[in-house]
Design a protein around this ligand. Sequence first.
Ligand code: SAM
Ligand code: SF4
Ligand code: F3S
Length: 441
Amino acid sequence: MDLRPKCHIETYGCQMNENDSEILLAYLEELGYESSMSVADADVVLLNTCCVRESAEDKVYGKLGELKLMKAERPELVVGIAGCMTQQPGVGEGLARRYPFVNLVMGTHNLHRFPELFAQARTSTVPVVDVAAEPEAMPIFPRGVREGGITAWVTILRGCDKRCTYCIVPYVRGREMSRPLAEIRGEVEQLVRDGVREVTLLGQNVNAYGKDLGDDQGFATLIRALDRVDGLERIRYTTSHPRDFTQEMIEAIATSRHVCEHFHVPVQSGSPHMLKRMARGYTRERYVDLIERIRRAVPGASITTDLIVGFPGESEQDFAETLELCRQLRFDKSFTFMFSPRRGTPAADFPGQIPLAVKKERLARLIEVTDALSLAANRRALGQTVEVLGEGVSKKNGERLMGRTRQNQPVVYPGTPGQAGRLALVRIKSVNTWTLEGEIV
Ligand code: SAM
Ligand code: SF4
Ligand code: F3S
């Protein structure tokens, strides 16, 4: 029987936070902890939080309510809050005041100081609050502990230097800082030795990789370097900013062997007027031109996007332009959000805030269009034979495997757990809006 103490980490938000949680778990494992799926049997619970929308913060408040009750029953339970939410001005201290049972409140810039802060928090009788105002130089982290072991996240740069008027990320993640190329390559090589077959390079804006190190085409350089790593089957990356996606990067991807034919390029709106108010730094025409150039260079590429409805001042006409752009570009998949005003961002104080009922109604209409486009995209795969990388047993059916096409569509197909981690050729027999199903040929 394993007598190691147990820790449970709840992750909210984006892949960057998932990767940070893997790093937190690596620290805790070094301290002798074992990961647990449930809060109930954990000795330590960490919440790795997100504040990109109000709904993300609400989930954290709900969880803190639950933890308060548990802590009353088990006072020895150690509770920590990390991540983007605490990094907003005054919020870290506010959380410690409102939830005095919490042992540790830390931010995103001091992730590398976790072992030290955790030690303090375990012995302190009051909450330890440590939220650094500014990121230091890029720290070296332990390699994250992965689930599954076939695919892995690799953070290539932290922070964001853009200032989209709706977005809190630059305020809580700080300025852009790239990891040195050799360090990234070393990590990817080690992952491959450990059995990983696919890596996803992470950054708020991966296309800005290397700019702070003096290489404006750094992302293209990195792609070319990683494409040569022996044994690595697939390379993915997210997220791309349309403005920083250069022709050289498109060509580096097009001529690579391992970079997948999937481009996640958030457009946010189809209205030129909204794009300007969002300070996205591109026009609708330039975005359309980018997608056309990608499709010319990489035939069969899937294009996915993020869309915001109900941005301040969005008229019915502006919204119609978003619907129209979706139909024109036939996005393979869209992540759709209602604008959520974030304190401290310019758009929170813009005139013309849109009532919630209107946002909801527009979101529903948008999803109807984007879901139909996803279904149409999946239907195009019917009857085709596609390359799938098995990631593990399907959650819904233990006799089937779940994997992904190079275009990032989830595929369910018959297979044994031993076949995970292998590439298979699968003939697609049925599809719905979200998944493909098929048989190995
Ligand atoms: N850096 C990426 C980019 O440029 O698109 C991702 C940023 S954010 C983590 C992911 C998505 O959340 C954004 O693309 C945007 O659509 C959405 N988002 C950001 N701020 C938002 C807000 N205040 N309200 C609603 N959606 C928001
Ligand atoms: Fe936010 Fe814009 Fe930076 Fe993306 S590029 S993280 S949307 S500020
Ligand atoms: Fe959320 Fe922070 Fe990611 S605000 S979306 S967890 S960068």
